[in-house]
Design a protein around this ligand. Structure first.
Ligand code: ZN
Length: 232
């Protein structure tokens, strides 16, 4: 066992620390033979460095899973940067005289295990190419109703959807269009979200372990790329 001149993180003694393999972030682990504890130096420091929190969030918004982020930034897997995110919703669009043509769609990802589907429902404004409201939940009428509450502040002229039955029950018939051609744009948008967010990619093993993290990462993506852009 090669001896090092590293100081023990726990008991602070310098003379008992030996190399102890490589940790999950690719950094060397150390073991103190005095207090018997193991530790890493690099990830501990890196995760607290200035700007790292923002980089972790940015990587998640650009197709990286936690393992990619951990390898690239040299930080531990369990950094809780997403917990503090508080994505907002919007209640108006800062343009005059707009009557929205709102395309509503939903798409699933899963949390924890494949059988635990979590649907993202969102309304898309085709003229300005923006998500204007979204909600997470099961593929049920209850989730649709939550989305409709968020859409209340907007003057929606038409709702364009596929012919999933809850839409027919809750959207006013005179404002409801189910033509396939109208929903093609939002399907294309589904694809963009899936490209950017690894949590929405079906064929990877990257999925969120908790609904809280899942919703916060996707919500923050929508906030940054649609809502904030609307206000600026
Ligand atoms: Zn020690």
């Amino acid at each position: 066992m090669p001896k090092t001149d590293v100081q023990c993180r726990f008991c602070k003694k310098p003379d008992f620390v030996y190399k102890h393999g490589i940790g999950s972030g690719g950094h060397p682990r150390f073991r103190c033979t005095d207090c018997k504890k193991t530790f890493q130096l690099d990830y501990t420091y890196t995760a607290h460095k200035e700007g790292i929190k923002e980089q972790v969030v940015k990587m998640a918004m650009n197709g990286s899973g936690v393992r990619d982020t951990s390898r690239v930034l040299g930080i531990g897997l369990n950094t809780q940067h997403f917990k503090k995110l508080k994505p907002k919703q919007i209640t108006h669009i800062p343009f005059n005289n707009i009557q929205l043509i709102c395309e509503v769609d939903e798409q699933w990802s899963f949390v924890g295990k494949k059988s635990n589907q979590r649907w993202l429902w969102y309304a898309w404004e085709p003229r300005f190419k923006r998500v204007i409201a979204y909600v997470f939940g099961r593929r049920t009428s209850a989730t649709l109703l939550k989305l409709l509450v968020l859409l209340k502040p907007f003057k929606v002229r038409f709702f364009c959807t596929d012919n999933f039955s809850p839409y027919e029950s809750y959207l006013p018939e005179s404002k409801h269009i189910t033509e396939k051609a109208y929903t093609q744009r939002i399907k294309r948008q589904n694809l963009t979200l899936r490209t950017r967010l690894k949590r929405l990619m079906r064929k990877t093993i990257c999925f969120s372990k908790s609904e809280e993290m899942h919703d916060k990462v996707i919500g923050t993506f929508i906030e940054r790329y649609y809502f904030n852009a609307l206000e600026s």
